[in-house]
Ligand binder design. Structure first.
Ligand code: FES
Ligand SMILES: [Fe+2]
Length: 438
């Protein structure tokens, strides 16, 4: 297989043994090529429900320290962590009817970055209108699907994608965060790595359970295919026929920084070169008996990555196992030391696409999967292997007996450790198998 192309970025891929090329793909700060590329996309940074009991949250995104706030009128804003007056930390400020006020000398800023009040200057020298000459860095913020999204890129601002599952009814949705201490790219390369499922999740879990087997059916065939919004990967494992949805439909590496499995999204949000915010949006279809179910709030919770008692990475839950792999690859994986095999074809395709996207933006062209057409964005359909189950639902008994979805009825949330009891209770109530939360 020859991945060498003609462009400077494609040539870079062929020379990945060069440390500088690894840096090119992993650096996300302002002014870096990949930082510029990733700024062309909306990033989920927090849950809307987090702002029920607070008004301000410090956020670090793409190497920038920012303050996310919800003012008294309910408007969200995202501004520089540093006040432009004398650099106080705006995350210790307080919100007003419109905007965020710095707690040091009271300068007030709105969501567009305008300075709307300078209490002393407005009295001592009103004619100078000093406030009109000062701005704070501010970025657009939108809410969708219970998430707060931020856009740090150039204008014109694209649309926040309205992925099809965001429009589904009769679902219990939860949002789950984790702070992962490593670079985002190795996390995203996991989104196009079907083989790890067999070893990291299935077989390792057997061994963690102190059993020697049996191991899970082996992967026999893998295919990777690009489409408008990312890549699809398809697999055949022992005992599977080619009519299986895992082969006919597959799973999605969603562009530029997510995995989509049908019932959940996992974004790998770059915090900076050495940290990633893992954001999961998980949809659980309620049983047919509970239709029409309308969720009154989408809970957001934050799970630990390390065990407080031992300091070791947690390995008991699916995503925690992924975190073990990502963190284990090093703070920034040293790709100069890799030995890629045929199972890694998808990883190479992903890197190649990022390199051609870098070239696209250098020519003023939109990179892959930037969405600007409102009609397209009414509802963006994606490949979904279990579409019928998720959109039409099952009876409670069928759901409880389902080999994957039924586990949550009895075992709790299997994907990440730390689900709070109130979220578990709300989930069980939505499924009609537990008491309604107080
Ligand atoms: S430092 Fe913010 S108002 Fe003075
Ligand atoms: Fe995984």
């Amino acid at each position: 297989m020859n991945f060498c192309g003609k462009t400077v970025y494609e040539r870079a891929l062929c020379e990945m043994l060069d440390r500088s090329k690894n840096q090119l793909l992993t650096q996300v700060g302002p002014g870096t090529p990949m930082g510029d590329l990733l700024r062309r996309y909306w990033m989920p940074v927090a849950g809307v429900s987090e702002f029920e009991d607070k008004t301000i949250k410090p956020v670090r995104l793409l190497g920038e320290d920012l303050t996310l706030y919800k003012d008294l009128s309910g408007t969200f804003g995202l501004v520089d962590r540093k006040c432009p007056h004398r650099r106080a930390d705006t995350s210790y400020g307080f919100v007003e009817q419109c905007g965020l006020r710095c707690n040091y000398h009271g300068w007030l800023f709105d969501q567009d970055g305008r300075c709307t009040e300078q209490p002393y200057e407005d009295v001592s020298a009103p004619e100078a209108r000093f406030k009109d000459k000062v701005r704070i860095k501010a970025y657009p913020v939108e809410t969708r699907a219970g998430l707060i999204w931020a856009y740090l890129g150039p204008e014109p601002v694209p649309l926040v994608p309205n992925w099809e599952p965001f429009t589904w009814k009769n679902g219990f949705v939860q949002i789950v965060f984790a702070d992962v201490p490593c670079n985002w790219l190795q996390c995203q390369e996991n989104s196009i790595d079907p083989l790890h499922f067999e070893w990291m999740h299935m077989n390792w879990s057997v061994r963690l359970d102190e059993k020697l087997g049996p191991y899970s059916p082996r992967h026999l065939k893998l295919e990777f295919e690009e489409f408008d919004y990312g890549f699809v990967y398809r697999r055949i494992r022992e005992g599977m026929s080619e009519s299986d949805p895992m082969w006919t439909v597959g799973r999605v590496c969603l562009w530029p920084n997510a995995l989509f499995t049908g019932d959940h999204f996992e974004w790998r949000v770059p915090v900076d070169d050495e940290h990633t915010l893992s954001v999961t949006w998980a949809f659980s279809r309620v049983p047919k008996e509970n239709e029409l179910y309308v969720q009154d709030r989408i809970p957001a919770w934050h799970g630990p990555v390390t065990d407080a008692a031992t300091g070791s990475l947690i390995s008991s839950h699916v995503m925690n196992q992924d975190f073990v792999a990502w963190v284990g690859q090093g703070v920034i994986a040293d790709r100069t030391q890799e030995h890629l095999g045929t199972s890694d074809r998808g990883v190479l395709m992903l890197r190649k696409r990022f390199l051609s996207d870098l070239e696209a933006i250098s020519k003023g062209v939109d990179p892959k999967a930037v969405i600007r057409d409102p009609e397209t964005n009414q509802c963006i359909s994606l490949p979904i292997a279990e579409r019928k189950l998720l959109t039409e639902g099952l009876t409670r008994e069928e759901l409880a007996n389902h080999p994957i979805h039924g586990r949550q009825f009895t075992e709790g949330y299997p994907f990440q450790q730390g689900q709070p009891k109130e979220v578990r209770d709300a989930f069980l109530a939505a499924m009609g198998v537990g008491p309604a939360p107080k």
